[in-house]
Ligand binder design. Structure first.
Ligand code: NCC
Length: 331
């Protein structure tokens, strides 16, 4: 399975991962910013999640038009592989429901606690993802690699503690509600990510058709969320109540982040995605220290060392029975 990643160059992968990390950080900061303002009317977050799914569907269809170099080609592809293939299409039902839950929970969490706590706690996802890789794909992870996964979690968390701006006022705080939302999010993200990977790599259906299937159900799930949580709000105030440019930027970032996530899972895998985003987080923190001329402290340095050791330990060759095995680690 090491050959799965051969389809793209190293530089391309690094570029994708850096965009993914920077985009995710901006996304989280912007959600936190818009959810903690109290001088403007508050938008309904379920509508934002729904519009993100619509946006990702539109972009996927446009990419399919480009791929086929014709609108008719795109329509044919979607007709044959989505509409006429319901059993295949329905495979995307479960992950898109779980992602809908996770995407809505991000707004709940960031309405209740600060962005730094969110990003740090969210790193727990590294561990939940590994557990689901073992349980669902049957991936073999040896004790040394488990150690690496825990060190990675600790290292990234430490780096983020130091680079985070914690001087935020504590209004709207419901810490418990926020934390529980994050923990459920980590379980959702791990499960849905591995599920998507398993279906994507286990069948012939192309990435963009998978995404079209995913976002069709995503729109349905998003609609259910709007109806169950904000039906009365939308009916009295309107669907786009409280929207301003920031909210539209959030939708744009959610689209970029989601589509890039699917590309990363196609060319790499969910665990390597965790390792690689860890590296980009360290790089981004380093960049911001250098950029703002700040000196970095022990937490950043210690955290970076932990991340580096984790990568080394994870990529050590496995002492397998029956012959030498190739190292499987982040490349
Ligand atoms: O949590 P995470 O991703 O695993 O969430 C995956 C996001 O990608 C969308 N997705 C997934 C597969 C697919 N085929 N299409 C998709 O659109 C899902 O809907 C879900 O939103 C990460 O690895 O840390 C990452 O984190 C998110 C986000 O920061 C967190 O979920 C916190 O809210 C990033 N999303 C954005 O930046 C918008 C993602 O890029 C990376």
């Amino acid at each position: 399975s090491g050959n799965k990643s051969d389809g793209a160059s190293f530089g391309f992968k690094m570029y994708i991962l850096l965009v993914l990390t920077l985009n995710a950080t901006g996304y989280i900061l912007l959600i936190r910013y818009t959810r903690s303002r109290d001088d403007v009317p508050m938008y309904f977050s379920t509508t934002t999640v729904l519009l993100s799914e619509c946006s990702k569907l539109s972009i996927s269809l446009i990419l399919l038009i480009k791929e086929h170099k014709s609108v008719v080609g795109m329509i044919r592809d979607v007709y044959h592989n989505v509409l006429c293939n319901p059993s295949d299409t329905f495979k995307m039902c479960i992950p898109s429901i779980i992602y809908a839950l996770q995407n809505n929970l991000a707004f709940v969490a960031l309405s209740n606690l600060d962005a730094a706590t969110y990003q740090i706690t969210y790193q727990l996802k590294i561990i939940t993802t590994a557990v689901f890789m073992v349980v669902m794909i049957g991936k073999k992870i040896n004790p040394m690699q488990w150690l690496a996964i825990f060190l990675l979690f600790a290292g990234v968390a430490a780096v983020q503690v130091e680079s985070a701006n914690t001087k935020e006022d504590m209004k709207h705080y419901n810490y418990m509600k926020g934390l529980i939302s994050i923990i459920v999010s980590c379980l959702c993200s791990g499960f849905a990510g591995v599920y998507f990977e398993k279906v994507l790599k286990g069948t012939e259906t192309t990435l963009w058709i998978r995404n079209v299937q995913m976002y069709l159900f995503g729109i349905l799930s998003g609609l259910v969320a709007v109806f169950t949580k904000d039906y009365n709000n939308v009916m009295t105030h309107g669907f786009l109540y409280g929207y301003d440019v920031y909210v539209f930027v959030i939708i744009g970032m959610a689209s970029i982040g989601g589509l890039y996530t699917s590309i990363v899972v196609k060319y790499l895998d969910n665990i390597i995605k965790g390792f690689s985003t860890a590296v980009s987080i360290v790089m981004a923190a380093l960049g911001s220290f250098l950029f703002f001329g700040k000196s970095f402290g022990y937490l950043f340095m210690g955290g970076s060392v932990l991340v580096t050791v984790a990568i080394y330990l994870y990529s050590l060759p496995k002492p397998a029975a029956g012959g030498p095995q190739k190292a499987r680690g982040p490349q």
